[in-house]
Design a protein around this ligand. Structure first.
Ligand SMILES: NC(=O)c1ccc[n+]([C@@H]2O[C@H](COP(=O)([O-])OP(=O)(O)OC[C@H]3O[C@@H](n4cnc5c(N)ncnc54)[C@H](OP(=O)(O)O)[C@@H]3O)[C@@H](O)[C@H]2O)c1
Length: 290
């Protein structure tokens, strides 16, 4: 059984001046169906968060749009007052409508309100990292982020945000943000089957900037591939373990934030992500997304 002192797979990474475990936790799945409303099993959701922190995870990814608000309020209830070592990364730039959609909310007033709501719901005076979420449900979309990003830089100057990042962003938008202020992370969709950001990951690695893939396990459509199944069965592991281990081995700047509403899956994922993949395994897995 894992103990509090056992290191998590992947070791640690530094976001600006904040050390986080490369194995983190994505809290989106704690809200109700389609990330709307409270969880069906509230005590179970609180237990997952406490287990994540208890097992040594020091990076939790969230957003006030999850629920909306419910996920952040659960994090606060489960873990506040937060240990100094725990870092919560949130995002602003999208809101929720009554249909469960994610319309953009990137005007300066929207962003200021979102930062204050995150602070309130998480019970914090400063947000460790705030990602500006761009694009839409179809993925990144071209266009300048200048006004929105400058608004966050202003909130950072006011002491409400420690570090900035971007999410669902094109490579051009990442560069535009960096020309305005330092960023510590990029959070985009990426996994074994979605490799559009391969070049961006390598560029960010050279710059010491974290790449945080969302949907590392496929999100709402779990990863399925005959090659993945074959490698997993050869290693006597689950496909989820192989998918996470592959990400950790893909590049040292990749931080994991797999989501789960289950303590058993959380434990399984931590145990599985430490799997060592051989060159032969990697070559076979490499074909999935190419
Ligand atoms: N920036 C953005 O625009 C954006 C968009 C989406 C997500 N995110 C962030 O990225 C995080 C990760 O994405 P995600 O949670 O949507 O997707 P994910 O991590 O790819 O997959 C989560 C799904 O996998 C299942 N799962 C996890 N471990 C499993 C296991 N061992 N066996 C079987 N099923 C397992 C979960 O179900 P169970 O609950 O049953 O375990 C859940 O349905 C989110 O939590 C969120 O913080 C960001």
């Amino acid at each position: 059984m894992r103990t509090l002192s056992a290191p998590l797979p992947g070791g640690t990474w530094t976001l600006g001046d904040l050390t986080v475990t490369r194995f983190g936790y994505g809290a989106m799945q704690l809200a109700g169906p389609w990330v709307m409303g409270p969880p069906a099993d509230r005590d179970g959701a609180l237990a997952v968060l406490r287990e994540a922190a208890g097992l040594g995870i020091t990076h939790i990814d969230t957003a006030d749009a999850y629920g909306p608000r419910f996920t952040n309020q659960l994090i606060r209830e489960a873990l506040h007052p937060y240990p100094d070592s725990l870092h919560i990364v949130t995002k602003v730039g999208a809101t929720r409508n009554h249909d469960g959609g994610w319309p953009p909310a990137r005007r300066p007033d929207d962003l200021r309100r979102a930062v204050h709501e995150n602070l309130e719901n998480l019970g914090l005076e400063t947000l460790d990292v705030v990602n500006l979420r761009l694009g839409d449900a179809q993925g990144p979309q071209p266009g300048s982020l200048a006004e929105a990003f400058e608004t966050l830089v202003e909130l950072q100057r006011q002491g409400l945000i420690r570090h900035l990042g971007v999410s669902n962003a094109t490579a051009e938008q990442v560069a535009e943000a960096q020309a305005t202020a330092p960023i510590v992370c990029v959070q985009n969709m990426y996994n074994l089957a979605h490799r559009q950001d391969d070049g961006l990951i390598d560029e960010l690695a050279e710059q010491g900037i974290a790449y945080v893939p969302f949907f590392p396990l496929g999100g709402f459509s779990p990863l399925q591939s005959s090659a993945l199944t074959a490698v997993a069965s050869r290693l006597d592991a689950t496909p989820m373990s192989v998918a996470l281990a592959w990400l950790l081995q893909r590049s040292p700047n990749i931080l994991l934030i797999p989501g789960t509403s289950s303590v058993a899956h959380l434990r399984e994922n931590i145990a599985g992500a430490g799997l060592s993949l051989s060159d032969e395994d990697l070559a076979e897995l490499d074909k999935i997304g190419r």
